[in-house]
Design a protein around this ligand. Sequence first.
Ligand code: MCA
Ligand code: AMP
Length: 477
Amino acid sequence: MSPLFPALRTADRKEALRFGERSLTYAGLAGAAGALAARIAGAGRVAVWATPSLETAVGVVAALLAGVPAVPLNPKTGERELAHILTDSAPTAVLAAPGDVLPPALEALTRIDVVPEAGAGALPVEPHDAEPHDAESPALIVYTSGTTGPPKGAVLPRRAVSGTLDALAEVWAWTPDDVLVHGLPLFHVHGLILGILGPLRRGGSVRHLGRFSVEGVARELSTGATMLFGVPTMYHRIAEVLDTDRELAKALAGARLLVSGSAALPVHDHRRIAAATGRAVIERYGMTETLMNTSVRVDGEPRPGTVGVPLPGVELRLADESDGIGEIQVRGPNLFSGYLNRPDATAAAFTEDGWFRTGDMASLDADGYVRIVGRKATDLIKSGGYKIGAGEIENALLDHPGVREAAVTGEPDADLGERIVAWVVPADPQAPPTAEELAAHVAAQLSPHKRPRTVRFLETLPRNDMGKIMKRALGNG
Ligand code: MCA
Ligand code: AMP
């Protein structure tokens, strides 16, 4: 297989990456990532302490050059989830920035500091020389939540990464001249594969905001950035201030492409942004296991409420249709190779004839535009663009001594799309734990974005004759 990042061969002075005040040219990236690749070659698997930083980008590129699968870790992952990911993925080393303080769970691993300077740390190598030629070799392992149990590691081969990025390049006319801005986290597909590896594969540039802010978006789009990637929560926050922020409206109006994904962008926010800027936000639809499936094309008609058409090379069908609505199933070079250590879950994710079951329910417009209308599993919650399983939060809550019973649902939320709600029967009704205490417990065990935003105390949970909790009887859940 050809190299993932051809622009590293020319290694010129063009800016590749910028995080705040710090940046790296293609020459700098080739040197730094090439040197690190030489150090980690043959390392088995490496974990990457995926802070929103230059070090994360260099670390992941180095792993790809070395042919060593990278496991990006959310630096805010709580104890229980981190322990699971480390046991499951068994990395031999962890890549981190020199100043990063790592949790005790990572102490058993060899720590390798990432130094984003050309030639730092070891002998520079020709970056493409060590790259594996096998398109099926695993590039990244990205953990993703299911309805129950701990997150599963989706094994993403090099073929899927290059395939999805090249398909997006075609439909978005994405070129080396594009400068992307975003503030997405770097431990998921959206921020890392699309948002960092995407510009690098094109030989373009990316400016990362460190953390998302409306001001940062306005500043970068008015000073040379051409594209914006975000989750709907980010576009909602933009839409909320557009009426009063003329600079922001001007900056968005001048962008070449505004792309939203990870969850549905409400039609109301689409309309507010279009009215204030004259620009339509383009939606694309993907999943950790499938990378990108569909998108509105840059030369196509944006249609709020739809996620566009299948990308080149992706086959899409609706299964078990009734009243025009069916489950989206996909096939193509964009798909993962399976869940790590979970042949059972991998087999269950595919139909007998080899199509991947997304669990998303949709209808098709007459011209093939896909309209997502919901999800098969009510126990999956999308909050802020993060996928969260109700079961993992329930298990964490049940571990708290103040909780006798717990059920978790998602409720509509204008900012987050869905808000996590915990329904709790306290162990001692006279002295229930506080909502803050339970949120902090979930944040410390799993991850802060999985914490309940609302806690409602009950005397009992509604159950059916079989003893199963009836979530539909709980408020809107
Ligand atoms: C608050 N915080 C806490 C607690 N409460 N920390 C510990 N314990 C607590 N009890 C901290 C949080 O960690 C955070 O810190 C800060 O307070 C604010 O938290 P929060 O309110 O959760 O943040 P937010 O402002 O509401 O976040 C909104 C967001 C975020 C920025 C939109 O949800 C986000 O980045 N979403 C992106 C999700 C994403 O990339 N999804 C892609 C997966 P701090 O701010 O320092 O962190 S989907 C995918 O990849 C597929 C393929 C696809 O299609 O794209
Ligand atoms: P994740 O497993 O975190 O990668 O999230 C994948 C899920 O996000 C998909 O199965 C969809 O439910 C949802 N998703 C991603 N993009 C969109 C979109 N543009 N519109 C609606 N849902 C989306």
